[in-house]
Design a protein around this ligand. Structure first.
Ligand SMILES: *Cc1c(COP(=O)(O)O)cnc(C)c1O
Length: 393
């Protein structure tokens, strides 16, 4: 008989009932150190007092009101995002994949309104992940995600990650945009070198096409900058955001320049829940912390500490780990055994990590993790690796 919850997930037998900062408490009382943050969602950890206060205060005032009316919390969050980024304007969604839907629509509408109705193609890259909606799976184009779901939304050209020649050849007078993650998350924590992101910006400028960045996972302070593209010193035309921006409340956004957003006039797009008062009240509290340069400086300092300890871990367990990679607190351990085995060994050692493609285990701790918790995390990962080595022997 089919389970009452549609069985699309492979779930670990873990039942977390409470979260406190960097810790997840299991129903049986065990305390797990959380290096997953709900896949880069709980940017400020669990039950951060400022987020709890923002949520409960708003919950007592007004949960939801339609976008038919003014929403001051939405306006405030948009103002914060515009003040802190390249963007001139923001649309709020409830998830990353909805942000992908709008990014694709916005790019196509831009060219449509310019009279270039043939310019609909969007170039994307192997190993990327843009969500599970029709546009999201079409954009990523991986066989695993699209199989059985035909007809797949058309208009995407898939290029091998790092194949510069194929990329240049793929740009035609039908190209509307290039869409890429500055750091691939699901693909296995693969940062795009700064030079490549600069090159993509130059290529887009040369041909007058739009650059769309998917910062759903790598944005909101995760890499030590508010948004990852800042490391390369370039700006996109359109950017997808979600995950960390809500700190655990389902919230996403599409940020854009005035020019790139010019096609999206009244009536061209909408959402019932997107930008609702509860989500935006929490989003404002997240931004107040994460956009603070002192907070980001701490993220960078702690990222250095974690990375240094992980290099030691890799050196101590050459049978389990190959390398550390990533940026800021978006780190990956390339594994020799299957990543699921490493993740399971972590569970036994009461530390939570997240598997990714390319044989990588992701470490995405709360950005608020303390130095002591970093040391404890690596101690637990070390115990997990030791146990795994004994198992494999
Ligand atoms: C998680 C993710 C998405 C999809 O977000 P959902 O909220 O699950 O729809 C899109 N892009 C990237 C880079 C992601 O990591």
């Amino acid at each position: 008989m089919i389970p009452s919850v549609l069985p699309t997930y492979n779930r670990a037998p873990l039942n977390f009932v409470k979260g406190e900062g960097s810790w997840l408490i299991e129903a049986d009382g065990r305390r797990f150190l959380d290096l997953g943050s709900g896949i880069a969602v709980n940017a400020l950890g669990h039950a951060h007092p400022a987020l709890v206060a923002a949520l409960t205060e708003q919950a007592g005032a007004l949960w939801h009101v339609s976008n038919l009316y003014q929403i001051p919390q939405q306006q405030a969050l948009a103002d914060k995002l515009v003040a802190a980024t390249f963007a001139d304007t923001v649309f709020f969604t409830n998830s990353g994949t909805e942000s992908c839907e709008l990014a694709v629509k916005m790019a196509r509408k831009y060219w449509y309104d310019k009279g270039q109705t043939e310019r609909t193609e969007i170039i994307t890259f192997s190993g990327s992940f843009h969500g599970r909606s029709s546009a999201g799976i079409a954009a990523a184009g991986s066989e695993k995600m699209i199989k059985g779901f035909a007809p797949i939304l058309g208009g995407f050209t898939h290029i091998d990650w790092g194949d510069h020649e194929a990329l240049k050849a793929a740009v035609t007078d039908r190209t509307a945009a290039i869409l890429i993650e500055p750091v691939q998350g699901e693909g296995g924590i693969r940062p795009l070198p700064d030079q490549c992101l600069k090159g993509l910006r130059a290529l887009c400028d040369e041909h007058g096409i739009l650059l769309i960045l998917d910062e759903v996972q790598c944005g909101v302070g995760r890499t030590g900058r508010l948004f990852a593209h800042e490391w390369a010193g370039i700006t996109p035309d359109i950017m997808m955001v979600a995950k960390g921006i809500g700190g655990g409340f389902p919230l996403g956004a599409v940020l854009a320049t005035e020019e790139a957003a010019s096609g999206m006039t009244a009536g061209t797009h909408g959402s019932t829940y997107g930008g609702n008062p509860l989500g935006c009240a929490v989003g404002c509290a997240v931004m107040d912390h994460v956009a603070d340069p002192a907070f980001l400086a701490e993220v960078n300092r702690k990222a250095g500490l974690l990375r240094q300890k992980l290099e030691g871990l890799v050196a101590a367990h050459p049978d389990v780990f190959e390398e550390v990679r990533g940026l800021g607190l978006m780190l990956g351990l390339k594994c020799k055994p299957a990543p699921a085995e490493v993740v399971n060994a972590g569970y036994a050692a009461e530390v939570v990590t997240v598997p990714a493609a390319d044989n990588v285990v992701r470490l995405l701790p709360p950005l608020t993790i303390s130095d002591e918790e970093i040391a404890e995390a690596v101690t637990r990962l070390d115990a997990a690796a030791t146990a795994l080595t004994h198992e494999m022997a």
